[in-house]
Design a protein around this ligand. Structure first.
Ligand code: C2E
Ligand code: MG
Ligand code: MG
Ligand code: MG
Length: 274
């Protein structure tokens, strides 16, 4: 009987795997069609100065709308695009959308506008060179743009990555480490990172209000960043209580649903005009 149960379990497991695989193939094919017709969009989420409560930066986030009008989450399709190599054209299209928006809307020129960049974009070709030529084409100052990279980029080809980050900074762009604290977080490499901004992952924000030990850890990271001359952004602020805790810790910039959700450009422009 035990054997039969085991057999059923593994059968269920294989079935699940087959379904996941099918969904991935389906998404990959659908994404390709969207890429072929330049059909992706970007939304923007404001980032606020803790003291003045002014919008000082915005993060661009890719949006993929299926034929039925529903959005598919980037958390689902970005990993697929990274595996298939589609992240390369996807990244180029997102960059182009964002640079065009900056070019067309002077309000965006006083802000730091960030673009998320995946590891393969840095590792597979000369991203800095592409960036430079697109910035020049759109007549955009490099310090108008920030690039957000996760700690995942340091797994494996560490040396290449430090060099490619440095190349982005040499261009004059801002480099931010995204989701800090979730990857292989070693504080010992923080000082060697060619990064201007550290974005503390929202996993910390969520658990923080109840947990004084975690607060001490996060405060330590924030102080260390200040000592190293790096700006800190905290992601995922959803409540006034979280806002107060991080303001008290001296964090300069805050981002989260409490302030504003990601929104289409027209909504952002309205918000900036108020
Ligand atoms: P991320 O770069 O860390 O972006 C922040 C994510 O957290 C966004 O999800 C945003 O909508 C969400 N978020 C912001 N504030 C809050 C909050 O207060 N509470 C909660 N629960 N969530 C909040 P989104 O847009 O679904 O993107 C997910 C991830 O997909 C991004 O995480 C990023 O890693 C990736 N991604 C998005 N756009 C791009 C892109 O253009 N290129 C690449 N390579 N990756 C992207
Ligand atoms: Mg990001
Ligand atoms: Mg993040
Ligand atoms: Mg994140």
């Amino acid at each position: 009987e035990a054997k039969q149960l085991g057999g059923n379990l593994s059968c269920h497991f294989v079935e699940q795997m087959a379904q996941d695989y099918q969904r991935q193939v389906q998404l990959r094919n659908a994404l390709q069609l969207t890429l072929d017709r330049n059909g992706l969009e970007v939304h923007y989420q404001p980032i606020y100065d803790t003291q003045t409560r002014a919008i000082v930066a915005v993060e661009s986030l890719v949006r993929w709308r299926e034929d039925d009008g529903n959005f598919i989450s980037p958390a689902e399709f970005i990993p697929i695009a990274e595996n298939t190599g589609q992240i390369i054209p996807l990244g180029e299209q997102v960059l182009e959308l964002v640079l065009r928006d900056i070019h067309e809307h002077p309000q965006l020129r006083n802000l730091q506008v960030s673009v998320n960049v995946s590891a393969p974009q840095l590792q597979r070709y000369n991203f800095a060179k592409l960036l430079q030529s697109r910035l020049t084409h759109h007549q955009i100052a490099p310090d108008n743009l920030a690039l957000e990279l996760t700690e995942g980029i340091f797994v494996g080809e560490g040396k290449t990555t430090i060099a490619s980050l440095q190349a982005l900074r040499d261009l004059g762009c801002c480099v931010a480490i995204d989701d800090f604290g979730t990857g292989f977080s070693s504080l010992s490499y923080l000082n060697r990172l060619p990064a201007d901004v550290i974005k503390i992952d929202r996993a910390f924000t969520a658990g923080l209000t109840q947990d004084t030990e975690l607060q001490a850890v996060v405060k330590g990271i924030i102080d260390l960043c200040a000592y190293l001359g790096k700006k800190v952004v905290v992601e995922g602020i959803e409540t006034e209580a979280q806002l107060q805790i991080f303001a008290g810790m001296g964090v300069q910039r805050l981002q989260g649903f409490y302030f504003a959700r990601p929104m289409p450009l027209p909504d952002l422009l309205k918000l900036l005009n108020n």
